[in-house]
Write a protein that binds this ligand. Structure first.
Ligand code: PMP
Length: 432
């Protein structure tokens, strides 16, 4: 490690503590970025196959321009009238299905989910929220309670009940194929009854519609639709967390839940929304927004400022002008084919899943027992980093390679990723 980087790392430990998350055994000391590329202090180039925040590409000139033009004209909170916020919300909600026609803006996905919880609990009068057992939805105290996969708070609360991640690859012990969907649904039904029994009442179900943090799962057909029906029959709301999944990431649709035949009550948004500028929020029905905000005060100083909304608009412009959804479909299919070809060659790859420009490669020691190959997954991620290709791991066993590049990612970038992955398999498999 360069001495300048070593010293920065030490100063970081001294000021931020040792446990503030940091990627890679050899942390990267970044200097600048452009498109799908990032550069470190020495000028080394890294292909970004992981970050969904620079959604339309790192430092996209249209985004930089939108920020600087509005910042040099006016920036203030939303207690004044300004076209940008209304224009943006009109344009944003037009991408949703009927009924999802109003929005409240925040600065982070955590705040958006926090607001969704408040709204659902206020509207239903219930407290209980159903999530998966490998969930992450953010870092506030109430949202931390949902983080069954990651946060200690999740074990301490009676307001949250979880069901096993719906996963057609691993399934549930002893349950297969057709029976799988009913088995997962029966866990949801049990959660609903549990909330009734202990007097919590049901507020709703909050899930990521492509199960991004759970490992980008393939789920039984119609599972989301039937799960939503169960929850609604019991008086709960459906909240879809599109913080990772949204803004065209999955290619065919702007929103991941549009792959399923369910119109939710609330959708939460974040990460890609401002291409790195803090912009997040929720979309719901105007009646829900009015019912909630008439009685429960909500104001967010930095949420939805004229600058934030100028950025949001610019992101939507670039998505359209550069046809990034259709690129997610075509490049996504190309990369998926390459990953499947690797799966044919390497036993270690148990499953390849993808949705548009989002890929998951699940590593197992043995395709029959499906024992998670957690250590080798970590080695592969670090090997790739050292070869200038950035990915990470995810899933309940941290054994799934998570590949989620900025949307302008092209087939030639896919070739570099696939080639480097193959090198990693060839080099590291002997050590397994
Ligand atoms: N929801 C999901 C699905 C997420 O992955 C994250 C962040 N990883 C959040 C919510 C929280 O977003 P933020 O970090 O902007 O608070």
């Amino acid at each position: 490690m360069q001495s300048q980087t070593q010293s920065l790392l030490q100063r970081r430990y001294n000021t931020m503590g040792k446990y503030s998350p940091l990627f890679y055994e050899q942390p990267i000391h970044l200097a600048r970025a452009e498109g799908v590329w990032m550069y470190d202090q020495q000028g080394n180039q890294f292909l970004d196959c992981y970050n969904n925040v620079p959604h339309v590409g790192h430092c996209h000139p249209a985004i930089v321009d939108a920020i600087s033009r509005q910042m040099s004209t006016l920036n203030i909170h939303t207690r004044y009238l300004h076209e940008n916020i209304v224009n943006y919300i009109e344009r944003l909600t037009a991408t949703f299905d009927n009924g999802l026609n109003a929005a409240m803006l925040t600065c982070s996905g955590s705040e958006a989910n926090e607001l969704a919880l408040r709204m659902a609990r206020f509207i239903t009068g219930g407290k209980g929220i159903i999530v998966t057992d490998a969930a992450y939805h953010g870092n506030t105290e109430a949202v931390g309670e949902l983080g069954t996969g990651f946060m200690p708070e999740a074990k301490l609360t009676k307001r949250v009940r979880s069901f096993p991640i719906p996963d057609t690859y691993r399934g549930l012990e002893g349950v297969h194929d057709e029976a799988l969907k009913s088995a997962y649904l029966s866990h949801i039904q049990a959660a609903i009854e549990g909330f009734e029994d202990d007097g919590m009442g049901l507020a709703g179900m909050l899930i990521c519609p492509d199960f991004a943090n759970e490992g980008l799962l393939n789920i039984p057909d119609d599972f989301l639709k039937e799960a939503a029906q169960l929850v609604r029959n019991a008086g709960g709301l459906i909240i879809f967390d599109e913080v990772q999944a949204g803004f065209g990431r999955t290619g065919k649709h702007m929103w991941a839940h549009q792959w399923h035949d369910v119109v939710p009550d609330i959708v939460t948004l974040g990460k890609p929304m401002g291409n790195g500028f803090p912009l997040a929020g929720l979309v719901s029905n105007l009646d829900n927004v009015n019912a909630f905000s008439q009685h429960a005060m909500y104001f967010n100083t930095f949420g939805g400022t004229p600058v934030a909304c100028a950025v949001g608009n610019a992101v939507l412009d670039v998505l359209e002008q550069e046809n990034l959804l259709s690129n997610a479909v075509t490049t996504g299919e190309y990369v998926t084919r390459g990953l499947r070809a690797l799966q044919d060659k390497y036993e270690l790859i148990g499953d390849v899943r993808s949705l548009g420009m989002f890929f998951a490669v699940e590593l197992v020691h043995d395709r029959i027992t499906k024992t998670p190959a957690t250590t080798i997954a970590k080695k592969i991620v670090n090997y790739l980093r050292n070869q200038g290709v950035l990915i990470s791991t995810i899933g309940p066993h941290d054994s799934v390679l998570k590949i989620r590049p900025p949307m302008p990612f092209q087939p030639e970038h896919g070739d570099r990723l696939l080639h480097t992955l193959e090198q990693a398999f060839q080099t590291l498999i002997q050590d397994v």
